[in-house]
Design a binder for this molecule. Structure first.
Ligand SMILES: Nc1ncnc2c1ncn2[C@@H]1O[C@H](COP(=O)(O)OP(=O)(O)OP(=O)(O)O)[C@@H](O)[C@H]1O
Length: 584
């Protein structure tokens, strides 16, 4: 229960509702326990008439009628309270589930990029759905059934002991056995259902992947082998489900067997004691049979609750592991920072911690506020890494990056990122309207601002061409758009923010040179006074920049303006001539 202590703060938060729920549960159970007493009483009324103790049939009838009315009344009130019991305790557990999911999600948002590199998406998803779900079962149903069982058991045992102590002892003998078997069974069921879940997740991952890559599968004619692979996975999953069903099928027979056993004990021993005169009335046997049936289910839940608590403890442990993690990128300055846009790299070297790949080696450059710099280089030369470091997605291991003369680590992280517009290489669009995708860069943007940003990214005309215009909803990962359109919406998203620093990571690669020219001209106008870095493989994107650096294997090979660089032998000039010839 050590790990589950984490949930106590939520129990405290909802303490009044929870307390009400506990009281309601107790009342509901008390009313439920009226039934055996009233049934026992009714049997005695009839027995007394048969024995001649009561002679007036009208008295018998009216006593029976009163009992029936009481039974119906108790059942109605008990039913209402049982309804309220679920409405309070289960309601609270849903609130706790909601809070815990938010807590985990907020922590996910807080953690740095390296956390996502070292954990699989499936794990992150299962913490927030399955694990939180298990904890909810502890905070809701398990709690409810525990109170239910405790109340029912205590009151019923008192009532039973009062009327037949010896019979009570015999009757309750099978109950702990039942509870133990249910516990063992619940554990086994849990183990097998976890396996079923794992297979289900394998199946859905496989399906998801094949749906995303459906064009590759179709163009390579791989439908047959994909079907066969799915069939194999599916067959395994079916077998795991059958294994689960086999053990689940034992649950109710076991319960029915043990209830039957208790009933036989009541009838046999109770009957014997009645004949021997140890029990004063037949009604005792009648009510004991009802007690046994009433107690069996709550007693069975003890085993179930134990297993639920164990699972919740394990789930909360996994959740706590994530909640305890600190983001590797920390905000070291609580005060907002004013970002002007002067950027300097001083002998910066950087190795990715997860792969140990050295992406940058002794890189130095300086970029004044308002200047534009282009980074050219072969793939894997470290261009994107420079942008990631400016956005402080990672911290450097050696050397220093300064913004406006201040080491980047000493700036307020939110200010830094709020003053930055980043267009990634892989334009990611959310499954939302085009408008909202652009407004992601500025939540309170006006319609005019959205249109202006789209115009500057040269995508306004395309958007207008769609029937629903800016309200066009993009499919999963924006699949309804062309690569170039996606890139341009991604550019609009960055420029609507009007940040001090703009970082474009090879984001014009999918547009034709004419559109590239238009966008670059627009960018020149709107990035006046703003520091801009353009990563590209094309000389056409780089040539207008104030500064160009050529990267190779993490090192700066060449630097200077377009005019200087085409005047000296080297990678830049070679690329320039090659691309010029290709264009011609
Ligand atoms: N997140 C990461 N984790 C580990 N290694 C990485 C990561 N990102 C990049 N690398 C490695 O760092 C090196 C530099 O990568 P980077 O993405 O900066 O190159 P690039 O010049 O932008 O390449 P491209 O032109 O193909 O986009 C590569 O060897 C790459 O494999």
């Amino acid at each position: 229960m050590k790990e589950l202590k984490h949930v106590n703060k939520y129990f405290y938060k909802y303490r009044y509702k929870l307390l009400a729920g506990i009281l309601i549960t107790i009342v509901a159970r008390i009313f439920l326990l009226f039934t055996p007493e009233l049934v026992g009483n009714s049997v005695d009324v009839i027995d007394n008439y048969r024995k001649g103790i009561t002679t007036d049939i009208d008295v018998v009838k009216s006593e029976l009628l009163v009992n029936i009315l009481y039974i119906v009344g108790a059942a109605i009130i008990g039913g209402i309270f049982t309804f309220l019991m679920r409405q309070t305790i289960i309601y609270v557990s849903r609130e706790i589930e909601y809070d815990l999911k938010n807590e985990v999600y907020q922590q996910y948002q807080r953690l740095s990029l390296d956390f996502y590199k070292s954990n699989r998406t499936g794990d992150l998803m299962s913490r927030i759905s399955e694990d939180v779900g298990k904890v909810r079962e502890y905070a809701g149903p398990a709690l409810m059934y525990s109170i239910n069982t405790a109340t029912l058991f205590i009151i019923a045992l008192i009532l039973m002991f009062r009327s037949a102590p010896e019979l009570t002892l015999y009757t309750i003998i099978p109950l702990p056995i039942l509870s133990y078997f249910i516990y063992i069974l619940s554990k086994k069921i849990h183990k097998r259902s976890t396996i079923v879940q794992q297979w289900l997740s394998k199946l859905s991952t496989f399906s998801q992947e094949t749906f995303s890559g459906i064009s590759v599968i179709k163009s390579y004619g791989l439908e047959g082998s994909t079907n066969a692979d799915f069939d194999k996975l599916s067959a395994e999953s079916r077998q795991k489900n059958i294994d689960l069903v086999k053990i689940q099928a034992l649950f109710f027979p076991l319960m029915i067997f043990l209830i039957g056993l208790s009933n036989i004990i009541v009838i046999y021993i109770g009957g014997k004691q009645y004949i021997d005169g140890e029990i004063e009335s037949l009604g005792v046997i009648a009510k004991f049979i009802i007690y046994v049936n009433l107690l069996t289910w709550p007693v069975a839940t003890v085993g179930w609750v134990t297993s639920v608590v164990q699972q919740a403890e394990a789930s909360q442990k996994r959740i706590n592991e994530f909640l305890k993690q600190e983001p590797s990128i920390k905000n070291n300055n609580p005060e907002p920072s004013n970002i002007e846009g002067h950027i300097a790299f001083n002998k910066v070297s950087f190795t990715y911690p997860d792969t140990n790949i050295q992406a940058l080696n002794n890189v130095s450059f300086e970029l004044n506020k308002g200047e534009t710099m282009a980074i050219i280089g072969k793939t894997g030369s470290g261009k994107s890494t420079i942008l990631d470091l400016i956005g402080r997605l990672y911290d450097v291991q050696s050397g220093e990056i300064t913004i406006d003369g201040t080491p980047i680590e000493n700036l307020n992280l939110t200010s830094l990122r709020n003053n930055m517009g980043y267009v990634p290489q892989d334009a990611f669009l959310f499954s939302d309207s085009i408008r909202n995708n652009i407004m992601f860069g500025k939540e309170n943007a006006t319609e005019e601002e959205v249109i202006n940003a789209a115009k500057n990214a040269d995508v306004h005309k395309n958007i207008k061409g769609f029937v629903k215009g800016y309200d066009t909803v993009l499919g999963e990962r924006g699949i309804t758009l062309s690569g170039g359109q996606k890139q341009r919406i991604s550019i609009a998203r960055a420029i609507i923010k009007a940040p001090q620093i703009l970082l474009f990571d090879d984001c014009l690669s999918a547009v034709d040179t004419e559109t590239e020219e238009k966008i670059l001209n627009n960018l020149k106008r709107i990035t006046q006074g703003k520091t801009t870095i353009i990563v590209s493989h094309r000389i056409s994107s780089a040539k207008g920049a104030d500064k160009i650096i050529v990267l190779d294997d993490g090192q700066i090979l060449q630097s200077g303006s377009h005019d200087t660089l085409i005047g000296v032998e080297g990678y830049y000039k070679e690329l320039y001539i090659k691309q010029l010839t290709e264009n011609n």
